[in-house]
Design a binder for this molecule. Structure first.
Ligand SMILES: [Mn+2]
Length: 442
């Protein structure tokens, strides 16, 4: 029986906007949070004497983290070297650098020859000797189009065709690794990837370019005893029948508010050839709370806001207060009192939103049951806008031109815009800018 600790998506050095500077250390408190959570994982690995640690990728927000962040990461993983626990570091999309081969931020561990450390920056099988016997780990780092295809091969193909070709290449390459596996040795596939049925977490916002998804059928193979994944920040098992378990442990800390409701943790696996028992171990991480309240119809908007704040346990949490109000209520809000009420939070942001002053009463003639042609809709609109009466004809003419299948000749739209400016007193651009400024002042 081989005991494995599987963690992923550390993203050390991200989310600084949710922290503050700790005056005693000079460090951002969110870096300290992430480091202490990572250290809990490493504590657990050492305390329960695991035989192997698998890291599923995305160590940092990018491939070139500042030295103090790299050092924080290294000093935690160094403890596994001291405890002689073999460790596989897989390269995720955030770890890859466009220059050179593989993940710049993690390859240093291989270059330095750190004892017991393996860096997975390409598809290959690693034969690892642990205290409890041998294990084979196939590493499948984040794949980019250029990792399996050359430019001439993709010329003239659509994106979907390129992805299809890429998956075919991967299927063949993976099959090559599988054929060379030792049949009696416990086997893990460690991959940083998006599967076609994963429930997305924050990664959807963090990834710069959309990658391609890997069909689950490629992973659901009896030759694997456990499939250890990284990339999706929400913990989940993609194969409920557990033959094999296909597990995203998720990120170890909340990277942003999209992970507000997700439990964070790592996974402990008892592995043998033919079976894997796994358990999700939650980590006590800092809570995130969104307080969302609409005070636009409240008599005492300030009191309503305080009531909403009191309902949440904001002590030491990362809090965002989002509230809706009418512009007439702006004077009723005392920001000093709001800041006081939120001061127990670890950090907080306040986002007032003006309820739309542009909302007009609904026009009965535009009811959902009637299907109108756009010209009739515009006419109905103009009939209800006395202030646009002077330019109504020009607007209709312009609309007619825009809707025409084959435009003959454009009406003079500059004149139209000038008149609109005269009617409203300002151009639509400056209207937007002034609205923007009003919001900024809040
Ligand atoms: Mn990722």
């Amino acid at each position: 029986m081989i005991k494995v600790l599987h963690l992923s998506d550390i993203h050390l050095g991200s989310g600084f906007s949710h922290g503050r500077i700790n005056p005693e250390t000079g460090l951002n408190t969110r870096l300290e949070d992430f480091v202490s959570t990572l250290s809990r994982c490493i504590d657990q690995a050492i305390a329960s004497s695991v035989d192997l640690v698998l890291f599923g990728g995305d160590a940092f927000p990018d491939a070139t983290p500042p030295p103090f962040v790299q050092e924080a990461f290294a000093s935690q993983f160094r403890r596994l070297v001291d405890a002689q626990i073999p460790t596989v570091l897989l390269v995720g999309n955030h770890d890859q650098h466009s220059q050179g081969q593989g993940g710049a931020s993690l390859c240093i561990y291989r270059t330095l020859g750190v004892p017991g450390f393996v860096v997975g920056d390409r598809l290959m099988t690693h034969h690892i000797q642990t205290r409890s016997g041998p294990v084979q780990v196939i590493t499948l780092p984040w794949l980019t189009r250029s990792s399996l295809l050359t430019r001439p091969e993709t010329e003239g193909l659509s994106l979907a065709e390129v992805n299809q070709l890429l998956i075919e290449r991967l299927r063949v390459a993976l099959e090559g690794e599988i054929r060379r596996l030792k049949p009696d040795v416990p086997t893990v596939l460690l991959g940083h990837l998006m599967t076609d049925n994963a429930n997305l977490g924050a990664e959807r916002f963090l990834a710069v370019g959309k990658g391609f998804t890997i069909p689950l059928s490629l992973l659901t193979r009896p030759c694997f005893d456990y499939v250890a994944l990284g990339h999706v920040h929400r913990h989940q098992n993609l194969n409920k029948s557990n033959d094999p378990p296909i597990i995203y442990p998720g990120s170890i800390e909340r990277v942003d508010f999209s992970e507000e409701k997700e439990e964070k943790g790592f996974v402990i696996v008892q592995l043998e050839r033919g079976s894997a028992q796994w358990e999700f171990c939650p980590l006590p991480v800092r809570p995130f709370h969104t307080i969302e309240v609409d005070v636009s119809s409240a008599d005492d908007s300030q009191a309503s806001l305080h009531k909403a704040i009191e309902k949440k346990r904001i002590q030491d949490a990362v809090v965002r207060l989002i509230y809706k109000l009418r512009s007439e209520q702006l004077d009723q809000i005392d920001p000093v009192l709001l800041h006081q009420a939120l001061s127990a939070a670890h950090s907080y942001t306040i986002h007032p939103e003006l309820v739309s002053q542009l909302a007009r009463p609904r026009l009965p003639e535009l009811g959902a049951s009637n299907s109108l042609d756009p010209m009739d809709a515009l006419k109905a609109y103009l009939n209800n806008r006395a202030d646009l009466k002077d330019i109504a004809d020009e607007m209709l003419e312009a609309a007619h031109y825009l809707l025409a299948a084959e435009p003959q000749e454009a009406p003079d739209l500059t004149r139209f815009e000038a008149e609109l400016t005269t009617v409203t007193g300002q151009s639509s651009h400056s209207q937007m800018a002034s609205l923007d400024n009003q919001l900024r002042l809040l």
